[in-house]
Design a binder for this molecule. Structure first.
Ligand code: 3H9
Length: 695
């Protein structure tokens, strides 16, 4: 018999304690154990009720996700839950921590439910590209009604015990020890001779307009299919007898389990957790991290300072003049007001941060006791070097000097200090207090405990931290530069920016590349192009993109760019002047014109991204394919349901991609030079994911 479920007697109550750390996932042994212990309880003379509790930090966090994709071993979870519900004894769940997915489904199979106030419940299967597959769609809608059930399962959000009680999922919310509370509750139920209360016997809820609900959820899902499938499963439960509804739900669940989207999302789930786990950091103690310095109070510096303040760190921000200090202070205050409004901090914390933990000054000497200083000044090597020389002079021994550069050579920056071992790149994404990604850029001489401290900072700031090596643009911006080029090339060959944006938004990106450029500001790329031309001695050339800027069209901030934003950002319409500028450029350059289908746009854009990503992994700039995947997911709006560009590549097949690249290379062999790693994987019939597993 399994040892994952402990069995004990408390008078006439059998207590089943789930013991499967860390989060009591419903592995095969747990499912079998629940079956066996239910049998034991029913055979145990004098037992009148069963109580299920979880040991450790959760009641049950759901099905064991590591078992997905492997052959199913009986008993299946729906059978376990049906067996619990069908017991002649009364069965009670006493919950603490989370009861998620299959965990909530077990709870709904019990006849009564009690929880501590801090308990949380949810059906987060949609976050894995699935729907609840063990009765969740059927039972929750019977208990809570269709609207509340659909809200919970289509968003995947967790709700509090109080909210769960309001919609009837929890009968009693009570502070204290879940075991003690539960026993008292069951004793009370037995004293009252409370009946069994199977949810499957509750009448089906009222129907709604299923097609309208399906369409609304589908539209919200930006291409994700599983949330809308929840609607169909609930519909089946309303229109058919309980057992048939259950079978329909199971069919949708198993179909989705085989889908590309669930493969992508399950990859995202595990990669998100694996990305910060680096073998070389095992056992390495981070340096102390209490007081952070930030150089520069522009959008980026203020965002970094805000993020540090929100994670409880003391912050000293340096600006050059009193006026700039005041502006920086205002920016941070604005960010913090937003955090207060969204309930991320209390009014008291807000006051303390502004009055005690934040200092804005123009005196570098105030950094003398900082543990780590992040420079976020203008992206220019000479300016950065000046800052690092100053920091080297004022910062205490052992203090970490970090640059927020997005593409400059961190080794070169480190070389101007007397302590290159303490120098690291910490590349935040704007707005830094909102965006989840942090590239931890490890330079040649960076000490290992400095790397560990970079990851520790990311953890405290609740970021997804990715280790990157030094090269122009590190992981993310290097790959971005390539796929942006691919998009620009397609524009010159006949695709409009609007076709490209529409194709990629259809693929699942939050925004297409030209809409992103409008958001970031077209003047940024313009300045870079002008500088590069001066360096190359080819001034006087002006592309269509330059002409847009020369006319003052910088994107959203000026109201026009590729799009016209007169009716607001969401109601953007193509700027009518852009296409004529593009056509003039195409004619001047003389590129052969062709048409592109949506599929062709996506394949070419993605092939460029995958090829560059394979180079980034092959050169060791990213350690593993999953590091690239998480960078693109958390910093560049890549659709989570594809799992990242390299997971996407595995899904569509590497040999086909290689063939595509060979075709594109016929016109531009330089740009389309195949990544050696991609060739090697195809030659050895391996996937990118096989490299994740080897590492
Ligand atoms: C489902 O239930 C389908 C059913 O409807 C139908 C079935 C037929 N399985 O996140 P953490 C691991 S689908 C296996 O770092 P936290 C996790 O990988 C499931 N492993 O901690 C990590 O391992 P490691 C629906 C799991 O405190 C460790 O536990 N349920 C599972 O920040 C700690 O996790 C979900 O989608 C699992 N279900 O957050 C819930 N869950 O240490 C998914 C966690 O090796 N889980 N692990 O990296 C979560 O949302 C969070 O993990 C949780 C804890 C909130 C539970």
């Amino acid at each position: 018999m399994s040892d994952k479920i402990a069995y004990s007697r408390n008078g006439d109550i059998a207590v089943l304690t789930i013991q499967n750390p860390p989060v009591n996932a419903l592995s095969h042994a747990v499912r079998q154990g629940l079956m066996d212990r239910m049998d034991q309880a029913e055979a145990d003379s004098g037992v009148r009720a069963v109580m299920i509790v979880g040991e450790g930090r959760a009641f049950i966090a759901g099905a064991d996700i590591t078992e997905f994709g492997k052959p199913q071993m009986a008993p299946a979870l729906p059978d376990v839950i049906n067996r619990i519900e069908a017991s002649p004894l009364i069965v009670v769940a006493s919950m603490h921590g989370v009861s998620l997915g299959g965990g909530l489904e077990v709870v709904l199979g019990c006849h009564y439910r009690i929880a501590v106030p801090s308990a949380r419940i949810g059906l987060p299967e949609v976050n894995l590209g699935l729907i609840p597959g063990a009765g969740g769609t059927q039972r929750l809608s019977r208990v809570a009604g269709v609207d509340a059930a659909l809200d919970i399962m289509t968003t995947g959000r967790q709700i509090s015990a109080a909210e769960a009680a309001k919609i009837g999922v929890i009968d009693v919310v009570q502070d204290g020890d879940p075991l003690e509370n539960g026993l008292a509750y069951v004793t009370d139920l037995l004293a009252k001779d409370a009946p069994r209360r199977p949810v499957s016997e509750i009448a089906a809820p009222e129907a709604i307009d299923w097609d309208a609900a399906y369409d609304a959820v589908l539209a919200r899902g930006r291409g994700q299919i599983s949330p809308a499938q929840c609607v169909r499963a609930v519909q089946a439960g309303v229109e058919m007898p309980f057992s048939e509804g259950l079978a329909a739900e199971r069919q949708i669940f198993t179909d989705l389990l085989k889908s590309d989207q669930s493969k992508g999302m399950i990859h995202s789930f595990f990669s998100e957790r694996a990305v910060g786990r680096l073998p070389e950091l095992k056992g390495v103690k981070p340096r102390p991290l209490d007081h952070i310095g930030v150089i520069g109070g522009g959008t980026m510096g203020a965002g970094i300072a805000t993020s540090a303040l929100l994670s409880g760190l003391q912050v000293t921000l340096i600006e050059m003049t009193p006026a700039a200090c005041e502006a920086a202070h205002e920016r941070i205050e604005g960010n913090l007001a937003g955090a207060l409004r969204r309930g991320k901090i209390t009014a008291e914390q807000h006051e303390t941060i502004l009055n005690e933990t934040l200092t804005v000054t123009n005196d570098y000497a105030d950094l003398s006791d900082a543990d780590l200083v992040i420079e976020a000044v203008f992206e220019d090597m000479a300016v950065k070097k000046k800052v690092f020389i100053k920091l080297d002079r004022v910062c205490k021994q052992g203090a970490i000097l970090a640059s927020n550069t997005s593409y400059l050579d961190v080794d070169e920056i480190a070389a101007v200090t007397s302590r290159p071992q303490d120098v690291i790149g910490l590349h935040f994404f704007s707005p830094a207090h909102v965006m989840k990604l942090l590239e931890v850029v490890v330079a040649e001489k960076t000490a290992i405990d400095v790397v560990a401290t970079g990851f520790e900072l990311g953890k405290r700031m609740k970021k997804i931290s990715v280790r990157a090596g030094v090269c122009d643009g590190f992981i993310g911006n290097r790959i971005l530069a390539t796929y942006r080029d691919a998009a620009d090339q397609m524009v010159m060959e006949g695709a409009s920016p609007y076709d490209i944006d529409a194709a990629l938004e259809g693929f699942g990106f939050a925004m297409g590349p030209f809409a992103v450029a409008d958001l970031a500001g077209l003047d940024i790329g313009w300045a870079v192009r002008k500088r590069k031309r001066v360096e190359a001695g080819i001034e006087g050339v002006s592309t269509y993109a330059d002409k847009m800027c020369e006319a003052g069209n910088f994107g959203q901030k000026t109201g026009t760019g590729y799009y016209d934003y007169a009716a607001g950002a969401k109601a953007r319409v193509p700027n009518p002047e852009v296409m004529s500028l593009i056509v003039a450029d195409r004619t001047a350059v003389g590129t052969v014109q062709r048409t592109f289908t949506t599929e062709q746009i996506i394949r070419r854009y993605m092939a460029s991204m995958v090829n560059e990503a394979a180079k980034v992994v092959g050169e060791g700039i990213a350690r593993r394919p999953l590091d690239v995947d998480m960078t693109l997911l958390f910093g560049y709006g890549f659709p989570r349901y594809w799992g990242g560009p390299l997971k996407w590549a595995d899904i569509v097949g590497l040999p086909d991609l290689l063939e595509d690249i060979a075709t594109y290379a016929k016109n531009d062999s330089n740009f389309w030079e195949v990544a050696p790693l991609l060739k090697e994987l195809v030659a050895t019939s391996k996937s990118f994911d096989s490299l994740n597993k080897e590492s």
